[in-house]
Design a protein around this ligand. Structure first.
Ligand SMILES: [Fe+2]
Length: 475
């Protein structure tokens, strides 16, 4: 019946049917290891004088502009930017008409040092009390150096709100990164879910670390100034570099990128949650303590109870290290988090877990491995309709290149895998259906390569069970 419903729905939405796999087909089909071989572009960082890193003209002109969601439900944004000559004005002027700024918000300014590098003046300004579903224009900076941008607020929290997320990971700042970013901007994504490893500035030494954070900020501005990027941190954000006298973890990242963690009662900007349109998005930190009784463990325990599938049917988790990956690169690094959280993800009926870290693309079937209890029980993944789909999108295109070697034979849990650069889009249509695509960077073109129609884990699963066991998950 669900299949018939899905096909009916497809009739109303012109999508390339030939490429679509219905998620109800699920486990039991042999997985696909794509044989596509792309011609290699060199995985080198773009030179600093390239136009991709262009510095805006004018004295103290704001640069590295990016926005993120500023509250729990999407009526606020945090606008961030950097000025290099002096702190300057911390105000954001904004309004709903172009060049007519009726409102002003006051921000804060900070800076930091890294070895001998001194950062610019990093501004963060919370703009709240916004109306849903409205285009806002904003202006930062002063006089001739001021700059103007815009963003669109999401629809109200609503179970049938349609919304398109992009998923990008491990982007870096190479020509492949630029290709990924340009393709994403053609995809119609309204908000980026970023799965960690941002600039790869830690591949540099001494003052160049900070300089490459600055260039990355200018690189992403073409998208991040106009739509929120929901941040999660990866290993390249840790920057534990004692040889340079730098041992404070996440120093650059935490100064430059804000998250609305307090709105979800989190004690750290590294893990938090937001709700946007019909989605509840949980961000976890692979590189912060998460075993039982740690702050992240306690927070997730409570946050999963706050999820209300009647309001936000789509439950999405972001983390950096994938829990299920059959790539030889970083193999089994997610095993410790799987041991701690997988049973929660299954009983909460999480829809998707997006991760990065592995520089390739992979999508799993709905499987779980939660029956082993040290003394007894199955020790291998089995098909599980309540389990999330695990998707690795660590293929943004950074200077470390692709993770080209998968384990052979392909494990039963792996549905599709390919070692190419690209990004994903998740088009949520309503409370029951979402269209998902992985878009490969196909020698400069964007090619939809892995496309699936997903049924919502709460609303489109067994209706009777849902009615009978509304709160089936006992955390
Ligand atoms: Fe990583």
């Amino acid at each position: 019946m669900l299949l018939a419903f899905g096909v009916r729905l497809l009739l109303y939405h012109p999508v390339p049917l030939i490429f679509i796999i219905l998620s109800s087909v699920g486990h039991g089909n042999a997985g696909i290891t794509s044989t596509f071989i792309r011609s290699e572009w060199p995985s080198v960082d773009i030179p600093l004088d390239h136009e991709a890193f262009a510095i805006p003209k004018g004295h103290n002109a704001p640069q590295q502009v990016h926005i993120t969601q500023g509250d729990y439900d999407g009526t606020a944004v945090i606008i961030s930017w950097v000025t290099t000559d002096e702190p300057g004005n911390t105000k954001v002027q904004y309004g709903t008409s172009k060049e007519k700024y009726d409102f002003t918000a006051e921000g804060t300014v900070t800076n930091y040092t890294f070895y001998n590098y001194k950062s610019g003046y990093i501004h963060h300004c919370l703009v709240d009390g916004l109306e849903y579903n409205k285009k806002y224009y904003y202006k930062i900076g002063v006089g001739e150096s001021s700059r103007e941008f815009w963003f669109q607020t999401p629809p109200d929290i609503d179970p049938d709100a349609s919304y398109t997320f992009g998923i990008i990971g491990d982007l870096g700042q190479t020509y492949n990164s630029l290709s990924t970013l340009e393709h994403y901007m053609q995809s119609g994504g309204q908000t980026v879910l970023y799965v960690g490893d941002l600039s790869y500035a830690d591949r540099y030494e001494y003052n160049n670390v900070g300089i490459r954070w600055d260039s990355w900020g200018r690189f992403i501005e073409r998208s991040s100034a106009y739509q929120p990027w929901i941040w999660s941190a990866g290993n390249h954000e840790i920057e534990y570099m004692p040889r340079m006298g730098e041992v404070l973890p996440f120093k650059s990242y935490l100064h430059r990128f804000m998250t609305p963690h307090i709105a979800s009662n989190s004690s750290s900007p590294l893990w938090y949650a937001v709700r946007r349109a019909s989605a509840h998005i949980i961000v976890l930190s692979s590189y912060s303590p998460f075993v039982k009784s740690t702050l992240q463990w306690k927070w997730l325990h409570e946050e999963l109870k706050r999820v209300d599938r009647l309001k936000t049917p789509w439950l999405i988790v972001l983390m950096h290290v994938p829990i299920y990956s059959s790539n030889q690169g970083h193999y089994m690094e997610g095993e410790s988090m799987r041991a701690v959280f997988e049973s929660w993800f299954v009983c909460s009926k999480v829809d998707f877990i997006f991760a990065g870290h592995v520089h390739a693309y992979e999508r799993s079937y709905r499987i779980s491995n939660i029956h082993y209890n040290v003394s007894s029980g199955d020790r291998y993944p089995v098909p599980d309709r309540s389990a999330p789909v695990y998707i690795t999108v660590g293929d943004g295109g950074n200077q470390e290149g692709l993770a080209g070697r998968f384990w052979d034979p392909q494990p039963d849990y792996s549905a599709f895998r390919e070692a190419s650069y690209g990004h994903s889009t998740l088009e949520i249509r309503n409370r029951t259906h979402a269209f998902y695509h992985w878009n490969r960077n196909d020698d400069g073109k964007k090619a939809q390569t892995d496309s699936v129609v997903f049924y919502n884990q709460y609303w489109a699963s067994n209706m009777q069970r849902r009615r009978l066991r509304k709160n089936h998950c006992k955390l």
